[in-house]
Ligand binder design. Structure first.
Ligand code: UDP
Ligand code: LCN
Length: 796
């Protein structure tokens, strides 16, 4: 953008100066992108600035993400492309434009909080770039989120082709595989890569003479004699196919062949998944504080992974090997109506997966009996990690093949455990709070009492950098869109004034990022027009909850029951914006004319809620219903904790040709969007976060802007209007929604992809020793000198 700025300065100096003054006159310190665009538009509408819109200014201004004003200078952060940043300072007298460093930009922002001190005092600076120099880096924004594939392409070329050393390494790698002391893949009869090539030729000859369905048991004796242990396949056909893949790889190495080959090797048997906070259980937990989609995600993930692992072990000829997955969480003695006080709980729908619970303990060893907000768990995590370690080893019968962390606390514990056990660490964020709360970094002190972002952001930075790979649900989670920054990208450069300044925290181009999107449980969420398997009693109850009369768990009702429904369901957090939806609906007679509003979530008596934020939302919702006179048009059903019933809600609304609304101010991913689309509901969902990527606007649903309620209401009203005239419109969107989910968002696809990535990653970790030892050492110092003191300050 440097040249564009120069050009502008020489062609329109007067107008550029005018623009700078326009911003200075506003006497604001910080501007977000939306404010900047608005003010630029205003300036261009004035006589003074009108000619700017015909210059390069709209492009330059369009790429500004943030501006900070100090005195007569404006500091700008420009994002000319996805995950690319440049910083500038504009001075008014005399008018100059200068490109500045990240440090100078951050320093200017810090000065709002720190005053002049930020200029004078030295501050801890974190810069991880030097550690990343040795690892291969992607360059194209399109490659972001496909890290392991990139590694595979990059390293296959480098390692396997060059001077034959790759073949020898590959041979040693195949020798490594065993399960509980039993050798798999190769035995001592083969002693080097040439021997392996020769043995492969013989084995393939032998196998190809047999009928393809000859079972392994009949072949095993000969194969073992040739040097091949179980793990290659279940019958002559599949074993020969796998062996041919390897022969081909030896002959002409190729990344796709390699991926195919690695995806079939029995490398993964045992997994530990961490989710310490919240009420983690299988029933009565949804809607409890801090327990939302993450629990749904993990339970569905475990079911899908166990099944995929078992299927692949069968394909590999290892029917007798049982995979084992454990989910580790905290035990909460005061667990109410949940099972969160049970040390062990079997996971329904799996053969052997378990939830293992260990309590948090105070420094003196006493068990913490009550629930603790996810924002305040920090002082307990190190001890928790120490205490769960032997439990994991005991339950799994050895070290896990990899450890998956969930959310900031789970990822930090995963980081400690993966290090102490020497295994691969995989992170899943679910939601990074940093981007959810405006200026949570800059004004961290204001949040400290309630949110402790100093701990959370520091924990995130630590866990991101120690992770071997990171799984995200969408692309935007990593790197945003051309206009907006990604959730991970927000950790690239930032300051916690008075604590530290990050010049380079995480790079969205890092190959550790991999997009693997979740789905919806197919046994619960089905198309509305599929044959019903819902028990009649449950179906009747759902119908009564929606269209019935007064009940203790449902408030309000519909005067005109023939109208389709707009359905929304979520926790009653401020950010979920259910009250916003109610307000838009209340403000739009057209929408009220076309549809009723069905809300599911929370409680409708504030005194029933244990959460202050929720109580505020409940009061606001009652107020809005009264203020807009919505009686007879709105039904409010309390949160639903039975998933089967939730599935029936979606289908019921779809059978009545309604639609689903996800009005959140920001939604990291949005499982309800996937559930609704799977059920065949047209969905109107926030354009901030995951739904922007899940839905193709106007094709498989609609994007709405939660900051423009009237426009959102108009889009919904228009949709129902069109459907009145043309019922095929509803069917078209409904079909496209189901197809979109089927093609991109299923747990089966997720499990296959995640296991394949883990195997490929495991292979390259072995081949190249991509340990991040230096990063670990640096981060370990950061943990001890920064994180621990911050965590100790959180009152226990
Ligand atoms: N949910 C539910 N009952 C409710 C509200 C929500 O079962 O009353 C479920 C919903 O079906 C979804 C999850 O909770 O599976 C919410 O996940 P999402 O990703 O939409 O949001 P989160 O709560 O994780 O922010
Ligand atoms: C947390 C969120 O905020 C949601 O957007 C996700 O769908 C959920 O976790 C599951 O990943």
């Amino acid at each position: 953008m440097k040249n564009e700025f120069k050009e502008l300065q020489s062609s329109n100096p007067k107008e550029l100066r005018g623009l700078v003054y326009h911003f200075l006159r506003l006497e604001r310190k910080l501007f977000l992108r939306s404010d900047i665009l608005l003010e630029f538009r205003r300036y261009c509408e004035s006589a003074e600035g009108s000619c700017l819109c015909k210059t390069g200014a709209p492009i330059v201004v369009g790429s500004i993400q943030e501006a900070a004003v100090t005195g007569s200078s404006i500091y700008l952060a420009l994002r000319p492309g996805i995950a690319r940043w440049e910083y500038y300072r504009l001075d008014s007298e005399p008018m100059t434009v200068e490109q500045i460093s990240t440090r100078d930009f951050l320093r200017a922002k810090e000065s709002f909080v720190q005053g002049q001190r930020s200029d004078q005092e030295s501050v801890l600076e974190i810069d991880l770039r030097p550690f990343q120099k040795a690892s291969p880096k992607m360059e194209r924004p399109r490659s972001i989120g496909r890290g392991v594939q990139f590694l595979n392409r990059h390293l296959a070329g480098r390692l396997l082709v060059r001077n034959g050393r790759g073949a020898e390494l590959l041979f040693h790698f195949l020798h490594e595989h065993h399960h509980r002391g039993r050798q798999l893949m190769l035995n001592a009869a083969i002693s080097d890569a040439d021997g392996l090539k020769e043995a492969l030729r013989e084995a393939i000859r032998f196998l190809e003479e047999k009928p393809a369905d000859t079972p392994l048991a009949e072949l095993q004796h000969t194969l073992v004699g040739l040097g091949f242990e179980p793990g290659w396949g279940r019958d002559a056909g599949s074993i020969a196919e796998m062996m041919n893949l390897l022969s081909e790889l030896f002959e002409a190495p190729d990344a796709t062949l390699l991926e195919d080959f690695l995806s079939r090797i029995p490398m993964i048997f045992r997994l530990a998944i961490l989710s310490p906070h919240g009420f983690f259980g299988q029933s009565h937990v949804l809607g409890k504080p801090d327990t939302g989609g993450q629990v749904v995600y993990i339970l569905d993930q475990v079911r899908a992974l166990e099944k995929e692992l078992r299927d692949s072990l069968r394909e590999q000829g290892l029917d007798d090997v049982e995979p084992k997955i454990v989910v580790i969480t905290r035990l909460i003695p005061e667990a109410g109506d949940t099972t969160c006080d049970m040390p062990v709980e079997r996971i329904h729908g799996t053969r052997s997966a378990e939830i293992i619970r260990l309590p948090f303990r105070h420094g003196n060893g006493e068990v913490v009996p009550h629930w603790i907000s996810r924002f305040k768990v920090w002082p307990y995590l190190e001890r928790f990690a120490r205490e769960v370690r032997p439990e994991i080893l005991g339950r799994l019968g050895g070290r896990p093949d990899f450890i998956v962390g969930n959310y900031s606390d789970g990822n930090l514990v995963a980081s400690m455990l993966a290090h102490s056990l020497g295994v691969t660490q995989c992170n899943i964020a679910h939601a990074l709070e940093k981007t959810k709360y405006l200026y949570s970094d800059l004004y961290w002190r204001e949040h400290e009492e309630e949110h402790r972002f100093s701990c959370q952001i520091t924990a995130d930075l630590i866990a991101m950098n120690t992770a071997d790979f990171i799984i995200t649900s969408t692309y935007q989670e990593i790197a945003g869109t051309p206009e907006t920054l990604g959730q991970y990208e927000s950790y690239r450069t930032f300051s916690l004034p008075g604590l530290y300044r990050v010049r380079s925290g995480i790079d969205p181009f890092d190959p550790k990022f991999n997009i693997v999107s979740p789905g919806a449980d197919p046994t619960v969420f089905r198309p509305y027009d599929a044959e019903s398997t819902t028990p009649a009693e449950m179906a009747d109850d759902v119908a009564d909850l929606i269209h019935g009369g007064d009940r203790p768990d449902a408030l309000g009702g519909f005067d005109d029951k023939e109208k389709p429904m707009l359905f929304a369901m979520s926790r009653l957090d401020h950010i979920k914006n259910m009250s916003g939806l109610l307000d838009w609906y209340g403000g739009s007679p057209e929408l009220q004319e076309k549809a009723n509003l069905l809300l599911v979530g929370g409680h409708f008596r504030a005194e029933d809620s244990g959460d202050e934020e929720e109580r505020g939302q409940i009061r606001l919702m009652h107020d809005l219903i009264a203020r807009h006179g919505l009686q007879g048009k709105v039904r409010w059903v309390v949160m639903q904790t039975d998933k089967m019933k939730v599935g029936e809600f979606y289908r019921y609304v779809a059978r009545h040709r309604g639609a689903f609304v996800q009005p959140a101010r920001f939604e990291a991913f949005g499982l309800t969007v996937i559930e609704a689309m799977t059920s065949g509901l047209p969905v109107f969902a926030t354009r901030y976060g995951g739904p922007l990527e899940i839905i193709e606007d106007g094709v498989s649903g609609f994007h709405i802007d939660p900051n423009d309620g009237p426009a959102a209401a108009a889009v919904m009203a228009e949709f129902f209007e069109v459907c009145d005239r043309d019922p095929d419109r509803w069917t078209g969107i409904s079909r496209a929604a189901m197809q979109r989910v089927e093609e991109h968002y299923t747990w089966k696809r997720y499990a296959r992809r995640m296991l394949s990535l883990s195997r490929i990653y495991g292979f390259w970790k072995y081949m190249t020793n991509i340990e991040h030892a230096e990063t670990r050492a640096y981060i370990s110092m950061f943990y001890h000198l920064m994180y621990k003191p911050l965590a100790e300050r959180v009152p226990e």
